[in-house]
Write a protein that binds this ligand. Structure first.
Ligand SMILES: Nc1nc2c(ncn2[C@@H]2O[C@H](COP(=O)(O)OP(=O)(O)OP(=O)(O)O)[C@@H](O)[C@H]2O)c(=O)[nH]1
Length: 439
């Protein structure tokens, strides 16, 4: 894992743990209501429904006191504290609250049962002007005479069935809905329990988290998925870069290899060529000579050799200098080269001596060619207007070692020199070499 990713993973892990811990032990969101709260509070009793109960709403410091003289005139007599939180259009969202605590003391006859209503406004079924049309999410509880803090989970709320029936609410809207709450209410039980009921409310508090556990989990999952994608992308980029680098290295290596191969070829070539004339040297003909001699023997086709040596070349050097001698040698190689075909070989044997190999050429053919070259050397123009001549020794390969064949041509050349130079001497294959097949 790259360094950056490792650091990021550490940060992400720390962030996740911090968020989870914070959510568990902090991130609290509370809605506190008491007599000092600025919300509009109203006392409602059953007199509006034809009953005769009377309710008084008192503020005693932070405490809200309800004094309710309940009668049994109305079928479901009640006294009710209404707390208006906002207009229906700007109502509060209670869906992130988890529970509500009520510090309350209830004195009076009967069951001491209270009902807490969390009203929900939804334009799909409710009229903003008729608050009886707002959904009633309700819970009932019975605080002790001496007072206590009652804790009620919001999931204990249910929608009042009589409200569903009275308002003909379709099935799609009968579930508890804690969003969009314009009002809460605290009401007596609705049972016929005539007498004076005194209810002291120190506070009503809704508790929750800024962000629900599910939303936090979603955020964390989104974070980790983004991290994984980022890591993948980074990995992909690095892989691509590595691939490009290795391709670049491969190409550089290929270039280097081909340069080296070329250099090797050049060096090999240089080792087999005479630097002055550019024709092969002895080392440069060995392989071909072996191959051609084998071919000549197996095919029965003649392989001819011609030794050519410039006459009195020493005088050129002595009289005109070494440089002129070099020029003569270069031209001599060119003149010989211009007389041979593709597949023939021209070799500088050493000094002013050159050797030509003619595959598939009989003795007479090679001698005729040597004669042509001799005549050409005699008549052509040379550096320093020199007049040059050349002697030739010619033979063909018999059933003999290649060295014997070379030596015979050299002997023929020597004979040409001895006999006055500027001539061609041919030597046939001796009888012994014609009969046995020794190589
Ligand atoms: N300029 C030059 N001279 C060379 C080179 N290689 C050999 N020589 C000279 O060639 C001469 C050969 O002389 P010799 O062997 O006496 O033969 P020659 O003078 O040609 O006489 P014959 O062969 O008997 O006709 C020598 O003087 C060598 O120094 C070369 O590469 N350049």
């Amino acid at each position: 894992m790259p360094h950056l990713l490792r650091i990021l993973a550490l940060i992400m892990t720390a962030l996740t743990l911090a968020l989870l811990g914070w959510h568990e032990y902090g991130m609290d969101s509370t809605l506190h209501i008491d007599a000092h709260s600025t919300y509009l509070m109203e006392a409602v009793d059953d007199s509006s429904d034809g009953g005769s109960s009377k309710m008084r709403l008192l503020r005693q410091g932070k405490r809200i006191r309800i004094e309710c003289q309940l009668t049994d005139k109305y079928e479901w007599p009640f006294c009710e504290l209404g707390i208006k939180l906002a207009d229906p259009a700007h109502a509060l969202d209670f869906s992130d609250y988890d529970h509500v605590t009520v510090k309350v003391k209830y004195q009076g006859p009967g069951s001491h049962q209270l009902r807490l209503f969390v009203r929900n406004f939804d334009p799909a079924y409710a009229d903003p002007k008729r608050n009886e049309s707002w959904k009633i999410n309700e819970v009932a509880f019975s605080p002790k005479l001496e007072g206590e803090v009652v804790t009620i989970p919001l999931k204990s709320f249910s929608v009042a069935s009589w409200w569903i029936a009275n308002n003909h609410i379709p099935l799609a809207h009968i579930a508890v809905d804690m969003r969009n709450v314009p009002m809460i209410q605290l009401s007596t039980s609705g049972f016929k329990e005539p007498g004076l009921h005194v209810i002291d409310i120190d506070y009503i508090e809704f508790h929750g988290k800024w962000i629900s556990r599910e939303a936090l989990a979603l955020v964390l999952v989104a974070l980790w998925v983004s991290f994984a994608l980022f890591a993948l992308l980074l990995d992909l980029r690095q892989l691509r870069r590595k691939l490009l680098n290795s391709r670049r290295r491969e190409r550089a290596l290929e270039t280097l290899t081909s340069a080296l191969e070329l250099e090797n070829r050049k060096i090999g070539d240089m080792a087999r060529r005479d630097p002055l004339t550019g024709v092969r040297n002895r080392a440069g003909i060995l392989e071909e000579l072996f191959r051609e001699s084998e071919l000549a023997r197996s095919s029965g086709r003649p392989l001819a050799v011609v030794f050519a040596d410039i006459d009195h070349f020493k005088r050129v050097n002595d009289e005109f200098g070494h440089d002129t001698g070099d020029e003569v040698l270069k031209q001599f190689a060119l003149e010989l080269g211009s007389h041979i075909r593709n597949g023939d070989y021209l070799v500088r044997w050493g000094g002013e001596e050159f050797v030509l190999f003619f595959p598939n050429t009989p003795l007479e053919g090679a001698a005729a060619l040597a004669e042509k070259m001799r005549a050409h050397v005699e008549t052509t123009t040379w550096p320093a207007a020199l007049r040059m001549s050349c002697s030739f020794g010619v033979t063909v390969l018999g059933a003999e070692p290649v060295a014997d064949f070379i030596k015979r041509a050299d002997d023929a050349l020597y004979e040409a020199k001895r006999n006055g130079r500027n001539r061609v001497v041919s030597r046939t294959v001796p009888e012994a070499a014609q009969r046995n097949g020794k190589v």
